[in-house]
Design a protein around this ligand. Sequence first.
Ligand code: ARG
Length: 268
Amino acid sequence: MCKPTYYRVEYSINPWMNPSENPVDRTLAMYQWNSLRLAIETAGAIIDVMEPHGGEHLPDMVFAANAAIIRGKKAYLANFQCVERKNERHFYKKWLQAHGYETFGSMDYAFEGEGDARWVGRNQSKLVCGVGARTDARIISDLKDKMKTDSQDFKAIALKLVDPRFYHLETCFCPLAEDLALWYPDAFDSVAQHNLKQEMEMVPISEADATKFACDAVVVGKNVILNKGADDTGKTLQRLGFIPNFVDLSEFIKGGGSSKNLALTLTM
Ligand code: ARG
């Protein structure tokens, strides 16, 4: 996770951001970020904290999951589509290298890290990718090439995102286990909807909960840490044998992100 020291809504690169009418309360944002960190740690995960760089010039750096996708000790870096976030790459690259990750990446096509790419299947045998909004499908062949290992290849599944409110895969798709996920189906085109259902058991959530970022959730074992207010999804999670843990992330919703997007998944 990256500290929200400089986080604010200063520009608008997604429909949730409205700098003049919905500014961020930074003190509250810091409090909420710390609450999220505590909730993830309490669920049993270890958090590494990165100091933000670029100061006031990179206010979105707090959304760490956009930095890269990780597989073992390999990190495939983002090539941010939005010019406002492009310089984050350099700082994340340095951090990942300093922490023992071999970094890859392409500057040819846009790619926004774990925001648009989630591992599913046994031993990360599949990579689900959201394309068409922030990530260009043409990045996938290089990503596959660099992230496969001699012993293990994986299948990449590109899914077209069609609703501007759900501009990252993480906003509308939440893997709960190897073959089980929450999703907001209407965020995907019909081909993507069909293809995803072939891969795993998909549990839909309502539009009301999707717009509370219920899919943008951190999953640690059976614990699911999500923005407060998505009560129906909480019930669905309980029915599936999971434990919902709600954290108020109102200040980050103003930036168009929530729980999962604030934490990049690393492997030890
Ligand atoms: N303001 C950031 C952006 O638009 C927020 C990113 C949040 N991403 C997410 N997957 N929820 O890039």
